[in-house]
Design a protein around this ligand. Sequence first.
Ligand code: FE2
Length: 351
Amino acid sequence: MTLKEIAERARKDVKVPIAERDVERAISALLASEDIWRVLDLSGTPVMALVRVLSTLRELGLLSWDGGRLVLTPAGRELADNLGIGPRRELKCPHCGGRGTTLGPVERIAGKFREIAADRPEAIQDYDQGYVTEETTLHRVAFMWSRGDLYGKDLIVLGDDDLVSIACALTRAPRKVVVLEIDRRLVEFIGDVAEKEGLPIEVKQHDLREPLPPELKARFDTFFCDPTESLRGFKVFAERGIAALKGPGSAGYLGLTHCEASYAKWREIQRFLLEAGAVIAELRDAFHDYVNWPYIDHMRSWPHLPVHRLPGREEIWYRSALIRIEVVEGPTIEERRYEGDIFADEEAATT
Ligand SMILES: [Fe+2]
């Protein structure tokens, strides 16, 4: 049995891309853990592809999950051995959790931010919400500061269930922070905090399927967003963010997962960013850790999972890369109006 044969069998009758390398990553993750959430995390493979690979391995007698654990059979272990696949090693830096940054001046607002975030609105499925840990938001702010994209700058945040605008403004580093957010609860929450703390935040209710309000076009030094991950949805966020930037030297930040985006999709996204006039200046994988959202047993991939154990709230398995782009020329953006569902595509797993 080869990786190619397993991948071909897994791909049968499904639209989601499954590469041979995904099969290798799955086996490597299975050698490292028997827990479904750890395997999802360690495999770095889209959930909807991974569940197909797991079923295929089981059909071939290489994997079993009868006791609620994902256990490679003796035949599965023998195959891994024959193919030269070893257990996945994470090897994260214990000091920064692999982010490569320290909080520095952001440390002094950490307590205040955690206190504010304790009263945040809970994530809801309507807008594909799912927020990152407070630790993650603080590291994002430190990262932006360290790259010269925060201090003295005008910042726009597109969709802010992570409360990035509040953390940024609490540091008093940015000149101004504008938030566009569709969820009325968050608009009110961020507005109330800004008023109470005297923060330079302006928050507007806005559906990003609509083009930017004209007064926000080409006005900002930095944008931040954590897009929904259908290719179409990702472009909606990226287009609005890039359209908000002043021009060359302006920077943008976006999140991107492996859970819902294959490398085929990453490539499309990278092509889109390059064609818009930007360079991918930095990409830090697994920078963002997400708190498990309350609708996890109603997400798209749930019925396909081999084992149905609810993870703990802070049992992190869903992570995303932090991408920093910088505009080199242009930018060139065709501002379109989008209709209908922007959340779904064949790789969507948590919508
Ligand atoms: Fe480190």
